[in-house]
Ligand binder design. Sequence first.
Ligand code: ADP
Ligand code: MG
Length: 586
Amino acid sequence: MLRKFINAKLEDKHREILKLIKEQRTRLIISMVCMVLVAASKAASAYLVKPVVDEIFINKDELMLSILPVALILIFFFQCFGLYGREYLLNYVGRHIIMQLRNQLYVRIQDLPVAFFQKEKTGTLMSRVTNDVNLVKDMVSSVVTGVFEYTFEIIFFLIVILIMDWQLALLTLVILPVAFFPVFTLGRKVRRLSSRNQENMAEITTFLHETFAGNKIVKAFSMEDYERRRFFLKTRRLFEIDLKAFKYKALNSPIMEFLGGVGVAMVVWFGGYKVINGLSTPGTFFAFMAAMVSFYGPVKKLSKLNNKIQEGLAGTDRIFYILETESEIKEIDEAAEIPHQPHRVVFENVKFKYNDNYILEGINIDVNPNEILALVGMSGGGKTSLVNLIPRFYDVSDGRICIDGVDIRDVTLRSLRDQIAIVTQEPILFNDTVRNNIAYGNQGATEAEIIQAAEAAFACEFIEGFPQGFNTNIGELGSRLSGGEKQRLCIARALLKNAPILILDEATSSLDTTAENLVQKALDNLMKDRTTFVIAHRLSTISYADRIIVLKNGRIVEEGGHEELLNLQGEYHKLYEMQFNNATPS
Ligand SMILES: Nc1ncnc2c1ncn2[C@@H]1O[C@H](COP(=O)(O)OP(=O)(O)O)[C@@H](O)[C@H]1O
Ligand SMILES: [Mg+2]
């Protein structure tokens, strides 16, 4: 019945998990042998009740008095041996599957396009890899124990009760189907609630992530009360759903207990009647009782198992939603490799939209090798969106982008991205040593190269001030690193990558003038001999650009040199005036 139930629920995604289970075949087979051992010894000990009562208590057989206790000890020894083996092996399998699922998820999530990460909350994704995977493990170990161990036990006990008294046995079996009906109805409710429960868990993870990371802002705006209330609301909701699910789960036991009681009552009535009338022995009766009570045990556990399966299936759904998400950024089958050399980058009639409305339209740009192109314009004009198209963080909606005449969709993502170094406004470093952060993307770099990059980025001075210099962990420094210092580490990282195409997206915008001067010097070093796209907020920082493009509402409105654009008295002039006025103390 259970097997049929599971098969009915088997979809493609569950087959993937089945594959993971199958890889553990040997361990599972040995654990099954253990299960048979456990079930057989349990049934044997129930069976022994008959000779104990009939031979020792009624016939007062002295030989049996010495044989039976020894037999019991042996039986229990095998049972415990089997229990340990089963426990260990099943847990090994379950935990191994968790590890593999986590790894698969991580690899999958990592490969998903930037757009996916903008849609899904970090906390939700984290919850998938941590919480949901656990539910699947619980399901797998429960299903395996359930299907095999309980089935073995049920079979063995069934044999014992059939041997003892087949009529009585049939009588007790009538109850079973009645017992399973409510169990399955409740299981469906549990599954739905478990889904909501996990969604809530994910929301809480997201919430924690945000408010811990943004703790400074919470404090600065005195929003502790507000955040506390929001958190309490979420935990309250979790509590309520959890409790509701538990209410259904907990109903299983009483229902099964009650039906078990009815079974026992029937046996007492019918079995007692037979003993009184000399149709059966007390030994048979008690052995039957022992086997039947034990028989209800695994049946009862099977009913609980359904809850675990339902929860696990809900977890699988969420995990496979991620595993099955297709990346929109695809490589063609015979993608070419871009060689490492100076590149010409051309945008041809590029259009781009995130959702319904075009963010970029009619973009035609031709950047020569080693040319520096500056992109300016009001915030929201589409500058970041435009440069994000080059490493294919997003794909163009129309038109194409070519590197040395080859559409970037026809080359491997790896070789494309190998050509590009990016420094963004938000300096992103990882919890690793300064050295590894700089060598990120160029793992084979020598010590001398790393130091050289740090020097060119004007970062050596402050790095040497750290407790362990280049071996200092970024995480340990915490907020000791200023924005300018972080930015210079990012520049050192980009320098070491030594990519022919460079993208600077407001790399200095968040810095003060002193820090900016240093970072700017570092950037000058970085831009040498590269095809550079530089987005700058302060127009003063792009005076060195070979060409300037003014972007407004997703369109190129002006193009030319600094002086030339100023003389146009148009958009660029307006931007320039605005900054000039802002810079004047009022
Ligand atoms: N991930 C996104 N999803 C939807 N719209 C976006 C996304 N990122 C940016 N936009 C929109 O695209 C437009 C251009 O943004 P952006 O390229 O960041 O401009 P800029 O860098 O010039 O300030 C803005 O209207 C912005 O709201
Ligand atoms: Mg931007």
